[in-house]
Design a protein around this ligand. Structure first.
Ligand SMILES: Nc1ncnc2c1ncn2[C@@H]1O[C@H](COP(=O)(O)OP(=O)(O)OP(=O)(O)O)[C@@H](O)[C@H]1O
Ligand SMILES: [Zn+2]
Length: 737
């Protein structure tokens, strides 16, 4: 083989921290090989799909040992240069193998080697000649054509086969006749969801909103990170919509990241009502083929707005104009397995590389973002008041010590609920614990239902008569007798949403109760049905988990009760307090969002807790400031940077040994500026049958941390114990448990 044959450097899905060299496919014109294109490759005993990183003249492998790639799958680079560069950055920053990083960013269908062709569909429009036709003169024989023509005339966007298939009779012949006469024309359009024909202009902006929109519009052509810090119900979404309108006007695309789409059907609806453009909505219910289609149409520029959850941050865009991260504080933006990236952080990095604005919106910004504001890295735009006529709710602590309690419902809370219901309003109760009770205990001997695979209790789900582990998902039927002593006296200890629901139906027999948690919304469409029921208004009680805190708009809710305000006080994670504060303020934000004023009460056994008091009396920002001081004193993020090396195995020894070796390796590599803690068992040492250990690295300066991580992670796989464990590195972990 002549030495001039170039060598292809490929990213291949593999846990190895390197690229792989191949020769071009036999007979392939080298000119056609461009970085970002996929190739089918022989890999071990199987075939795989790799992405071309570079073409090189040299290789460290003896040439005769190189295998040839089998087939070039893309004529044009599938991944644009910008995205390729971003993903290389991502692999470096998260210290993740490049092949797996690229695989994470690609839709499954592309990973499997499917061809990258987008779907289009036919759409019919009326022509000028068609508009001039007086349908009355068409005569009875052409009634179907006349009907169709009228329909086309009434629709601004034209009609697709999907829309036409709703017609009672077959329409294809009649349409063909219209096209033949030149009265209708057919065009091929991207197979995407489209905004409604009747666009709605939305309310007039209030001064704070207008100021925010103006500030964003002024820097549409450059990187400008903005924290849109607006109290709940202040109309942040309106600001996004206006900013997007300006971006669309300039012929560019908007990428909108949300924590969970299925939980906020109302949001997507609002986008559709406002814009008459093709949209790619990337939700978890999409099939592989549909996801691929949306991805390709975003890449081709046909999708003007892309709304998706965290992985949407990797969507290729032809004309990117803005990135918006809604509810930026939400930990759902962090991927918790494989490539553990933060979509919020990557949105910033990507916007910077694209030189476009990025908006992080929240009523309860993360301490990370608040510090970035304080240090002048982000612009701070605030919406201090609720939009329209809505007033902020009053928040107070309710001391439940010595109070009679019915499950988690104190007597004063029940009285207050009655008052609000009597006024024909709705009451929302928040308890971040689903199921009937978190524990089932034997009253005779003290036996507790434990998970057999985790160090934790099973949760009792009475409706399904099951015990379920919320950590590994295992389940078994409820036993009638204690397996230890045979006593039938088994009692549920503590309450979850299911139990509260039962208590509420008992206490308020005439009032409808809607429970909203992961169990009650499992079936497709069930959340929408529940939301509809609530939005029909009138007396009603809502009980739910953090799902209720997610951006819903319930105009009739006037009372919000946080049933267990102490839940965040004793969390093991250093972020537990911050999370609980955000949750409380977000659920509180569901109260009094329309004309009626809202009231929020937080049941607590610690009414003197200074952080709770601060949160209630002075609001989230006062709380955040105090929490920030605490973090500074304890040198925790955002005042330091963390990386967590986790390892697990079926026995406890290998992970501990592996981490010990990893620790020694770090020591040998010299880790100035990096503190190491561990190895130590994870808080839940055994989960899903695996023993879990971890080693925490902490550095004041990010550069110090990464200087160690780069050589370290490259060598971890070579440690003797590495093959006996599953290990992973988590850079900027949000969850230390
Ligand atoms: N300028 C305005 N005038 C009147 N009503 C408005 C205005 N802006 C927004 N609204 C309405 O106020 C309500 C809350 O607005 P929006 O959902 O945009 O707030 P938000 O800040 O995103 O809320 P949250 O963070 O609590 O989910 C919506 O019903 C919206 O239509
Ligand atoms: Zn379990």
């Amino acid at each position: 083989m002549p030495t001039s044959t170039p060598v292809l450097r490929l990213a291949v899905p593999s846990p190895l921290y390197r690229s792989f060299d191949y020769l071009p496919p036999v007979g392939c014109n080298v000119e056609n090989l461009k970085p970002g294109a996929r190739l089918r490759l022989p890999f071990g005993r199987r075939q795989t799909v790799g992405v071309l990183l570079d073409i090189s003249d040299t290789t460290q492998i003896q040439r005769h040992k190189l295998k040839a790639a089998l087939e070039l799958l893309d004529d044009e680079p599938l991944l644009p240069t910008e995205l390729m560069a971003l993903l290389r950055w991502v692999a470096d920053y998260y210290h993740h193998p490049i092949g797996e990083t690229l695989a994470t960013a690609l839709p499954v269908a592309l990973r499997q080697g499917e061809t990258a062709t987008a779907k289009y569909r036919a759409r019919w429009r009326i022509t000028a000649a068609g508009q001039a036709v007086n349908t009355a003169t068409l005569g009875r024989r052409a009634k179907r054509q006349a009907d169709l023509l009228q329909r086309l005339a009434a629709s601004r966007n034209g009609l697709t086969a999907d829309q036409l298939s709703e017609l009672p009779r077959n329409w294809t012949d009649a349409m063909a006749a219209l096209v033949k006469k030149g009265w209708a024309a057919v065009e091929q359009i991207a197979a995407l969801e489209c905004g409604h024909a009747e666009s709605d202009p939305g309310p007039a902006l209030n001064p704070a909103q207008a100021q925010a929109v103006e500030a964003i519009e002024r820097c549409l052509n450059r990187f400008s990170p903005v924290l849109l810090d607006g109290v709940t119900g202040s109309g942040k979404t309106e600001v996004y919509l206006h900013a997007i309108a300006a971006v669309l006007l300039a012929g560019r695309q908007a990428l909108v990241l949300v924590p969970e789409i299925t939980l906020t059907p109302q949001l997507v609806e609002r986008f559709k009502r406002r814009f008459n453009v093709p949209m790619a909505v990337l939700h978890s219910g999409l099939g592989d083929r549909e996801r691929l289609n949306a991805w390709l149409l975003a890449r081709g520029g046909e999708a003007a707005i892309i709304i998706g959850t965290r992985s949407a941050v990797f969507t290729p865009l032809l004309n990117p104009g803005i990135i918006i991260v809604d509810e930026e504080h939400d930990s759902a933006f962090k991927q918790q397995s494989g490539l553990r990236y933060s979509a919020r952080d990557l949105a910033i990095v990507r916007a910077q590389r694209l030189d476009i604005p990025v908006i992080l919106g929240s009523a309860t910004p993360s301490l990370e973002s608040l510090l970035n504001v304080a240090q002048g890295r982000y612009r701070h735009l605030t919406l201090p008041q609720r939009a329209g006529s809505a007033q902020p709710p009053t928040i107070q602590l309710m001391d439940v010590r010595h109070q009679p309690m019915e499950d988690q419902l104190s007597a004063p809370l029940l009285r207050l609920m009655q008052q609000h219901l009597d006024r024909d309003n709705q009451v929302l109760l928040f308890l971040n614990r689903r199921g009937f009770s978190p524990t089932l205990i034997c009253h005779e001997c003290g036996w507790v239902a434990h998970c057999r695979r985790c160090d934790t209790h099973m949760t009792l789900h009475l409706n399904k008569r099951q015990l379920r582990c919320h950590h590994c998902g295992s389940q078994r039927p409820v036993v009638a007798q204690c397996p230890d002593c045979g006593s039938p006296d088994l009692r549920p200890l503590g309450s979850g949403t299911e139990r509260i629901e039962t208590a509420l139906t008992r206490h308020f027999p005439d009032i409808g109760v809607s429970r909203i948690d992961r169990d009650s919304t499992q079936r497709k469409g069930s959340l929408e049905a529940l939301l509809d029921e609530i939005n029909r208004g009138g007396q009603r009680i809502l009980i739910g988990t953090q799902m209720l805190a997610k951006g819903h708009h319930f105009p009739d809710v006037t009372l919000v009760g946080v049933l267990d305000g102490d839940q965040g006080l004793f969390g093991v994670d250093f972020r537990a307090g911050e999370r609980m504060a955000q949750l409380i303020i977000q659920v509180a934000g569901r109260a009094g969002r329309a004309e009626k004023p809202g009231q929020v009460v937080i049941q607590t056994h610690h009414p003197d807790n200074p952080m709770l008091q601060l949160l209630c009396r002075e609001g989230y920002h006062a709380y955040a400031e105090a929490a920030m001081d605490e973090r500074r004193l304890t040198a925790l993020p955002p005042y330091s940077h963390l990386a967590l090396l986790r390892a697990e195995a079926s026995h406890s020894l290998p992970p501990e040994n592996f981490l010990q070796q990893a620790e020694q390796l770090a020591q040998q590599l010299g880790s100035t500026g990096v503190e190491r803690y561990g190895p130590m068992p994870a808080v839940m040492e055994r989960r899903a049958g695996k023993y879990r250990f971890q080693l925490l690295l902490q550095a004041e300066r990010r550069a110090d941390l990464h200087r160690l991580l780069t050589p370290w992670t490259a060598q971890l796989n070579a440690l003797p114990e590495a093959r006996k464990v599953r290990w992973s590195l988590d850079v900027d972990p949000v969850d230390l448990i």
